[in-house]
Write a protein that binds this ligand. Structure first.
Ligand code: NAD
Length: 261
């Protein structure tokens, strides 16, 4: 258990990749603050299960990642409950698929706020303490779409490219303080976020939902397999280890060869 005594906030961890990373960190011994939306009863079940199975403290805060003041309250609360915030995983994200001419302006704003600006606010309110403690890990869940584009995802691709710039800048500012900042760039993972975009992609491209999975989602993913949340959790745990101290400012693809094209 390499992370005993460390505390992590994983944004958007009521579902999908965030939940997988939260679980992997808890398994490695970290206390975890869960965050995200969902059914209160289900969230409480997840919280209690993680705490019991991994014998760590697990709490939940429903801060809305589009609201800077709620993000600051989340980091303050985590510090007072767990004693410190040593690891942040900026994972919360949403998607909207539409041709740019029809792209709703409010969706653009929401994607920028949740997928990009929330990471700035999280880092802004935790980095000072990490530097003072001479230890910290910041992991931004970007995407293969941080490295390459796909049509109809203008806001998402712009936000994910943006978070890679933020990752590099924070890495440079934190480099001499024992704090690393990296981005993980997953290819397609079958989570609710991906399931929800299948009908819209089918509509935007005029093809069936089966064709979306085969010819769009997995077409560039050379392995023809989805990435799993467990694989991403394992990478996050490695990035939090002392062996990963010299890995900083990177964008690490976990994409079945997609961005090798
Ligand atoms: P998901 O929809 O399963 O989970 C998203 C999480 O974010 C949920 O917990 C949700 O409640 C939370 N969330 C959404 N809006 C929020 C807000 N305003 N405030 C707080 N929490 C909020 O999606 P996922 O696929 O697990 O995606 C997680 C991250 O991984 C996202 O940043 C996404 O862009 C990225 N990603 C996903 C894939 C994929 O194929 N699924 C690939 C690459 C990158």
């Amino acid at each position: 258990m390499m992370m005993i005594g460390k505390s992590a906030i994983v944004t958007g961890s009521t579902s999908g990749i965030g939940l997988g990373i939260a679980e992997a960190l808890a398994k490695a011994g970290a206390n975890v603050m869960l965050n995200g939306f969902g059914d209160a009863g289900e969230i409480e079940q997840t919280r209690a299960r993680l705490a019991e199975q991994h014998d760590v403290q697990v709490a939940y805060d429903g801060a809305d990642m589009s609201k800077p003041e709620q993000i600051e309250a989340l980091t303050r609360r985590t510090k007072s409950e767990f004693g410190s915030v040593d690891i942040i995983v900026n994972n919360a994200g949403i998607q909207n698929v539409a041709p740019i001419e029809d792209f709703p302006t409010e969706k653009w704003d929401a994607i920028m706020a949740i997928n990009l600006s929330s990471a700035f606010h999280m880092i802004r309110s935790t980095l000072k303490d990490m530097k003072e403690n001479r230890w910290g890990r910041i992991i931004n869940v970007a995407s293969a779409h941080g490295l390459v584009a796909s049509p109809y995802k203008s806001a998402y691709v712009a936000a994910k490219h943006g978070i890679l710039g933020l990752t590099k800048t924070v890495a440079l500012e934190a480099a001499e303080f024992g704090v690393t900042c990296n981005a993980i760039c997953p290819g397609y993972v079958m989570t609710p976020l991906v399931e929800k975009q299948i009908p819209d992609t089918a509509k935007a491209r005029g093809i069936s939902e089966e064709e979306v999975v085969r010819d769009v989602l997995l077409s560039a993913q050379s392995t023809k397999e989805f990435v799993t949340v467990g694989q991403l959790g394992a990478l996050a745990v490695f990035l939090c280890s002392d062996d990963a101290m010299q890995i900083t400012g990177t964008a690490l693809p976990v994409d079945g060869g997609w961005t090798a094209h």
